[in-house]
Design a protein around this ligand. Sequence first.
Ligand SMILES: Cc1ncc(COP(=O)(O)O)c(C=O)c1O
Length: 404
Amino acid sequence: MTKAGSGADLYLTWKDIVTIASVVVSGVMSYKTYKLLKEKRDFGNLPTPCSGIDELIGNTPMVLIKSLSEATGMNIYAKLELNNPAGSAKDRVALNIIKTAEKEGLLVRGKPGVVFEGTSGSTGISIAMICNALGYKSYISLPDDTSNEKLALLESLGATLNKVKPAAIIDPNQYVNAAKKACGDLNRENEDKPDELRIRGIFADQFENESNWRAHYEATGPEIYKQLNGNIQAFIAGCGTGGTISGVSKYLKEKIGLINLHVVLADPQGSGFYNRINYGVMYDTVEKEGTRRRHQVDTIVEGIGLNRITNNFSKGEHLIDESIRVNDEQAIKMAKFLSVNDGLFIGSSTAINAVAAVILSKNMKPNSNIVIIACDSGSRHLSKFWKSAVAIDSEVSLDEIMKS
Ligand SMILES: Cc1ncc(COP(=O)(O)O)c(C=O)c1O
């Protein structure tokens, strides 16, 4: 073989050929590596910028909970609703309530409007944030013992707050009734005003409003289905208004089949849903005369558990196969367990769902896919639930949790 130069030693040895070939191959390889790195550095899959935080709601990620999956022989996934901009699944509900009101002409974009709600929980925070993004105001009435972090968030968002004494739902000053009344008062004051001076008010009414379960039927359910290619054997959620469990179950059962998906309502102590689903009676022993404490549902867990039937629960009640009861101690220990073993810093209702997943796993075929809702983050619960959870030994075992 002839070398590029001249003279008698112009032949390439096999050694030369191997050297040249390896230089070429490594050149190609490093170009490929460079391209791969470049693609990574270009963050090719990043979504394009959007024009408001409302557009960031939904499309939440899902994560495999490794510790629980390995221990149970299942694949237990958490749907991370805490990734929504205002920090919970309630963003979807608040946005759908407002958009539906706009479609019905009850709110008009660019004109003054106020969204009223009675809530001590995440819905108020979602309403306040979304109202700010869309040019409306929010009015939240809530019990005067609402946790400091929730109050601070609502105040930071500039919501008008009406703090009332905790009371039963039949009391006209109960916080939901107070919000409804304030909304009615505003609309009456404004009904005769010319359009340009008129302030429109809507009562969000999350427990009864159809936009609640529909938000989950139209988006949360389809997202879960897509994220697991429809391969889902069980779905677990708690029930506050019932919007999440009704909307997601309805979508998933329509797609997967009534008997192919097992839907579980994870219920905290003191709530009536456990007996309602398993025995057809809405009752809990805390309702026995003389045993009832200040709050309707006697648990440290926030956002789930109730002792009345709401429209959003009714919509999906027939789709719920079973309710699993979880006590506060189990929830508190599970929260610490997931934080320490998986880096998952979650709120109290998510901890309840995780305990229910472990209990359910005993009756599921190995390798089943179980999805739980991770409604919000531990940071919403620092002053109450996590005050207890932080004190739990980091070495707490799953066995200890289950025996609690
Ligand atoms: C933290 C938390 N988890 C779960 C839920 C229950 O969701 P849903 O109202 O859709 O039943 C709520 C409801 O407020 C909540 O605040």
